[in-house]
Design a protein. Structure first.
Lengths: 471, 473
């Protein structure tokens, strides 16, 4: 008990530890504020986009009954499925409760897609948010960044000097001379520092959650926050045990400091950056430049045989024919539908290749995360917050499925030259994103827990030898 | 004489240090790896771009005969060239988009952002010479310099050196030269590797066109790395212990390379906010519908009819010797161009203000100035992107003018039924772009170089004064 109290006083009175802890909490508050600003901007843009679309469709709905087709093509016509179906209907990936804490890929990949009868699969990638590319290069200052990059540094300050400092100021020899195991003496100190490190991680996460304005009344939010904190705590313990182990092995405190800096740099910067290059080399993306040209070539060929394509489409889908059997083969929308399906047959396999390669890259990242806990923790935190590559890719796939439902709703009416009434507007397809529970946290916790346990055992072994060496 | 002895001793001590050898080897391995990948990708991407441009042109010329306006909608693509020095610093390349669709009525945003085709790992950074020089090498320098004075003070050798009558300024300068000499063991081969990589990449065009930019890049990095040598020695001279010096320097490195860029982005966005996509496009739509000058489409159309009738001295559109449809389309384009100039001008102005805020923060974090300098001379910053985007937009407008002009002249009586074919398409000039020269980069990065110069001058002066007052305890 006395050892514990003494250690507590040492920690609290150590200006470097206290200063670093306060700094981390201030930065956590700032990270939460940054996340909140981003989230509020996203919600505001979403609200504006929805309001514009709702107003546009409401205005059309009011005019739908009793309208006649205008004399000129492409003129506003609330009763025309051609005109109404080609108005953009935005669909959104909902933000998860903890989205503000780990932005992930949400600032790069689209979480808003506009659906219309003219939307093609290639156009989905054009829906990205407008942002200064230099800000995207720097990345956001969110809680995930603080946990992955900065929290280890504070923990290393706590770890550093526990053994070497005691050796240099002579207190280690005093401790060794006591009629008790050195492991027991240092064990209490390590246990308290572990508690402090874990507590710091949790308080930093909760501070950020407070300034980010996380609503814990939302279902799933408390559990997600608990997972976020647990992963952060396990990560901090990894750095604490590693830091103490390296300090115990190093001959001087300066050598320990340099070694710890090198380890941090290696595991948090060099390894992830190198693996990123490796993953891109192992599973390279096809060329989007050449995809665009292939698409244009397909479009050119399709337009040359548009009438034939349309006739073939109607032959394959006689249910699209109007009752009198006549279809305007020169109609822009009719021809476009036929061309689009022809182009899709040629281009979709190329687009699938992009999704497949990205999935392979993501699998490689999961495999390689064993080489760096920073990668494991980053992936885990972003997954909890809903900004992961997988979730954004799934949104893209579901948004495309919605686009196809939208087209399937309007094109039969277009072919049959039907007119829309205001009541028909209630039957328009509605987008609902089927969210899944975040995955991977149990695996991350187990992995980190196993590594922490291994480090603890190594540390115990080393400290036991330390006692012998001192004697 | 004494100076050279001190410098030589410092250099030998560092060169024999196992940490330095391991760190140097690691830096050189990472640097060479990044340059190898950089060369391979540069060649591959350049070849892809050329293939895409050639195919785009042949698709344009070979498209089926169609109405001139349909061809205007089909449009053409412009592909941004990859700058030779981007193999050392990819900069904003992955985030700006590499191509833009030039179509009628609309100025599009760029497409094909490579960052969207990557995993979360990219947020840790990109393996490039820039990452090594901006982040890793400074940490190596600080780990060498931190105990230059503080370590000697703790070991007692500083007292011995001073007792021999060594002038403290010579000691400071000698140590600086020693550390710089050790750094040269890494930097000189790195510079040669960089020049070789660029020569390999630009085999056809040759190294000479890029030499000016490369020279200034080397100067900028020289200043940046020198500032770390001086800051490291300064902190070592002023710190009570080597441990204290190291902790302070690592804290500075973390602030400089990790905290400052991200905080700078937030601050820049706060000071000069840019619009969201819905707000931006809503503003464009409003201006298109309402008219930049407040005139409605109907008013503008009537004014056009009146002006055209007056110009050709007729009283009815049927009597015009040209196609009014072509005239109307071009008037619509020009109205749209005004709108896009205004809205894109505001957007780009916000980005430029944000870039200025980030650069000014270089006064407290030299990384910001170094990054700006590096991207600027490598030709991968926003200024170069904007130059290309402007050139592409000018070409789009001239293509629309050409097609609408052809329609005006030849489509009387036919209007949109006027069909054009390969002969017309081949007369449309292809898009050609030459990247700006060294002067453009220098004008953009002069302030960044000044900031880096200040980061050498001020710590240097402070170190000289600290060295004069150096005490053994």
């Amino acid at each position: 008990m006395k050892v514990v109290l003494h250690e507590w006083r040492l920690i609290v009175r150590d200006r470097s530890i206290a200063g670093a802890a306060i700094l981390i909490l201030l930065l956590a508050a700032y990270a939460g504020f940054v996340g909140r600003t981003w989230r509020d901007a996203e919600l505001s843009a979403e609200k504006q986009s929805r309001a514009q679309a709702e107003a546009a469709f409401a205005s059309l709905r009011e005019k739908a009954d009793g309208t006649v087709a205008p004399s000129a093509d492409f003129q506003p016509d609330a009763g025309s499925p051609r005109y109404v179906g080609s108005r953009p209907m935005p669909v959104f990936l909902p933000l998860q409760p903890l989205a503000a804490l780990a932005i992930g890929q949400s600032d790069l990949m689209p979480r808003r897609i506009e659906a219309s009868i003219m939307t093609t699969r290639r156009m989905l990638a054009r829906n990205y948010e407008i942002q200064n590319p230099a800000h995207l290069l720097n990345g956001p200052f969110d809680l995930a960044f603080l946990v992955v990059f900065l929290l280890p540094l504070v923990v290393l300050v706590m770890a550093y000097g526990l053994v070497t400092g005691a050796r240099e100021d002579g207190t280690l020899a005093l401790a060794v001379s006591q009629p008790t195991s050195i492991l027991r003496v240092l064990g209490f100190r390590i246990a308290l520092r572990s508690f402090f490190a874990a507590a710091l991680a949790s308080v930093a996460c909760l501070t950020a959650a407070l300034t980010a304005g996380i609503d814990f009344a939302v279902p799933g939010a408390p559990l997600s926050m608990a997972l976020f904190c647990l992963v952060s705590m396990a990560y901090c313990l990894f750095w604490l045990f590693l830091g103490i182990l390296v300090s115990a092995i190093s001959k001087t405190s300066a050598a320990a400091a340099v070694s710890l800096s090198a380890l941090w740099l290696g595991l948090v910067v060099v390894v992830p950056v190198t693996l990123s290059t490796l993953v891109n080399e192992l599973h390279p993306m096809p060329s989007r430049s050449l995809l665009a040209q292939e698409s244009r070539a397909a479009s050119t060929e399709a337009s040359m045989g548009a009438k034939d394509l349309l006739q073939q489409l109607l032959h394959d889908h006689p249910e699209l024919l109007p009752q009198d059997g006549s279809v305007n083969l020169d109609d822009f929308y009719n021809r476009n539908r036929a061309m689009e399906q022809s182009i899709a047959r040629r281009i979709d396999p190329l687009l699938d290749r992009f999704d497949e390669q990205l999935a392979r890259q993501q699998q490689a990242v999961r495999r390689f995360s064993v080489f760096s806990p920073a990668i494991l923790v980053q992936e885990s935190l972003v997954s909890v917050s809903g900004g992961s590559t997988e979730r954004l890719q799934r949104f893209k796939a579901e948004a495309w499925a919605f686009v196809e439902r939208w087209k399937a709703h309007f094109f039969p009416r277009i072919f049959r030259n039907e007119r829309l009434r205001s009541a028909d507007y209630d039957g328009f397809p509605v987008f609902r994103f089927a969210d899944e529970a975040p995955r991977g946290q149990s695996a991350a916790l187990l992995s980190l827990g196993a590594v922490d346990l291994l480090l603890m055992m190594l540390l115990a072994f080393r400290l036991d030898r330390l006692r012998i060496a001192e004697e | 004489m004494l100076l050279s002895h001190i410098a030589r001793k410092e250099l030998l001590e560092i060169a024999r240090d196992g940490r330095f050898r391991v760190a140097s080897a690691a830096v050189l391995v990472l640097l060479s790896g990044s340059l190898v990948f950089g060369v391979l990708h540069y060649r591959e991407l350049t070849a892809e771009r050329e293939a895409a441009m050639a195919r785009d042109r042949s698709t344009w010329v070979g498209q089926a005969p169609k109405s001139a306006h349909s061809a205007a909608h089909f449009g053409s693509y412009a592909y941004k060239p990859y700058m030779p020095l981007s193999l050392a610093d990819p900069g904003l390349t992955a985030y700006t988009g590499q191509s833009v669709w030039m179509e009628a009525h609309w100025q599009n945003l760029f497409q094909n952002r490579a960052a969207e085709d990557r995993t979360m790992l990219q947020r840790f950074g990109e393996l490039s010479a820039a990452t090594v020089l901006q982040l890793l090498l400074p940490l190596v320098i600080l780990s060498l310099a931190f105990d230059a004075f503080a370590g000697e003070r703790e070991r007692g050798t500083l007292r011995q050196v001073l007792s021999l009558g060594a002038p403290p300024q010579a000691l400071g300068l000698g140590k600086a030269l020693g550390v710089a000499g050790a750094l040269a063991i890494v930097v000189v081969p790195a510079t040669l590797m960089g020049a070789f990589a660029i020569a390999l990449s630009t085999a056809d065009a040759g190294l000479m066109p890029s030499m000016g930019r490369f020279g200034f890049l080397a100067l900028g990095y020289g200043l940046y790395l020198a500032s770390f040598v001086l800051v490291g020695l300064l902190v070592s001279a002023r710190a009570a212990t080597a441990r204290g010096a190291l902790v302070a320097l690592i804290g500075f490195w973390v602030f400089n390379g990790l905290l400052a860029p991200r905080v700078a982005s937030g601050l820049a966005e706060f000071i000069a906010p840019s619009p969201s996509a819905p707000a931006f496009w809503a503003a464009v739509q409003k201006d298109l519908e309402g008219g930049v000058d407040g005139h409605s489409p109907a008013e503008r159309n009537q004014a056009l009819v009146d002006a055209t009738l007056r110009k050709y001295g007729v009283t009815d559109l049927k009597d015009l010797p040209v196609s009014f449809a072509g005239i109307s389309l071009q008037a619509g384009e020009e109205h749209g161009n005004e709108v896009f100039d205004r809205q894109f001008g505001r957007l780009w102005s916000a980005y430029e203000s944000q870039d200025r805020v980030r650069l000014v923060l270089g006064l407290v974090a030299p990384f910001m100035a170094a990054r700006s300098m590096s991207m600027g001379f490598a030709g991968v910053d926003f200024a170069h992107h904007k130059d290309f985007a402007s050139a592409a937009e000018n070409h789009r407008r001239s293509l629309q003018r050409f097609l609408n002009g052809d329609m005006t002249e030849k489509a009387k009586g036919k209007d949109f039924a006027y069909i054009v074919g390969a002969e017309t398409f081949s007369r449309a000039a292809p898009f050609e772009y030459e990247a700006p020269g060294l002067g453009f980069a220098l004008r953009g990065q002069a302030f960044a170089l000044v900031i880096l110069g200040l980061w050498v001058l001020l710590p240097g002066v402070w170190l000289a004064r600290t060295a004069r007052a150096l005490r053994p305890e």
